[in-house]
Write a protein that binds this ligand. Structure first.
Ligand code: SF4
Ligand code: SF4
Length: 214
């Protein structure tokens, strides 16, 4: 199993890291954290950095050394002061296998993928989302590496005030034109509605209501 000592500093993990995008400081990145550990830092030395990670899991897929970066950072976080649990609603429905999704989405939709489960099951899910995007023309919160751009809402970092979800969502929506937002994670619904000014529908509700009327 690769560890922080295997980091050779290629910086690929920065490409999809919301923490780095927001801070623009390599200390706030998986690379920076791995390098700090290589130079003898302990958890409390990098408490602010590890608390700013929103645990989206994108870095795990980009690291050529296959270091389990999000688990490494999570373990460091647990060594620091206890933090609140993420406020993720318990009725989150995993809809990624629902083939009827194509009937519910249009080219005017912005579809917000829930980043953590997407990255955790990346190999299986990427093909599904690629087909969906092609069939419907909807936009998705994917970057050039086809990693999901996390909103950070409800993450530990959000609840601790370490991550600015407002600027993250404004950046995510910048330059996009859409009439409706569909979210996989109910925790994203309220703030996306406030910041986009568009109707925001939870995917599970959309599927349930359309099945009821079918
Ligand atoms: S889990 Fe996400 S926010 Fe945390 S270091 Fe990795 S890419 Fe950055
Ligand atoms: S991608 Fe992996 S090897 Fe490259 S800098 Fe990041 S942690 Fe280090």
């Amino acid at each position: 199993m690769a560890s922080y000592s295997d980091c050779h500093g290629c910086a690929l993990c920065l490409l999809s890291c919301p923490m780095w995008l927001q801070k623009r400081d390599v200390r706030f990145s998986p690379q920076g954290i791995a390098k700090a550990l290589q130079h003898g830092a302990v958890a409390e030395d990098i408490a602010e950095e590890v608390s700013t990670c929103i645990d989206c899991g994108a870095c795990d897929l980009l690291c050529p050394e296959q270091i389990d970066l999000s688990a490494m950072i999570s373990s460091l976080r647990s060594e620091c002061a206890p933090e609140p649990e993420p406020d993720i609603e318990s009725d989150h429905v995993d809809t990624h296998r629902d083939v009827s999704l194509q009937m519910h989405l249009t080219a005017d939709d912005l579809f917000i993928i829930d980043a953590r489960p997407f990255h955790t099951h990346y190999a299986q899910r990427l093909a599904h989302y690629d087909v969906l995007r092609k069939a419907t023309g909807c936009q998705m919160n994917l970057d050039l590496n086809r990693m999901a751009i996390a909103t950070g809402i409800g993450s530990r970092a959000d609840q601790c005030g370490m991550f600015d979800v407002t600027s993250q969502i404004q950046w995510l929506m910048q330059g996009r034109s859409f009439e409706r937002v569909i979210v996989e994670n109910p925790a994203d619904q309220v703030m996306l509605a406030q910041l986009s000014g568009k109707p925001v529908i939870c995917l599970s509700d959309l599927i349930r209501s359309e099945k009821k009327h079918a």
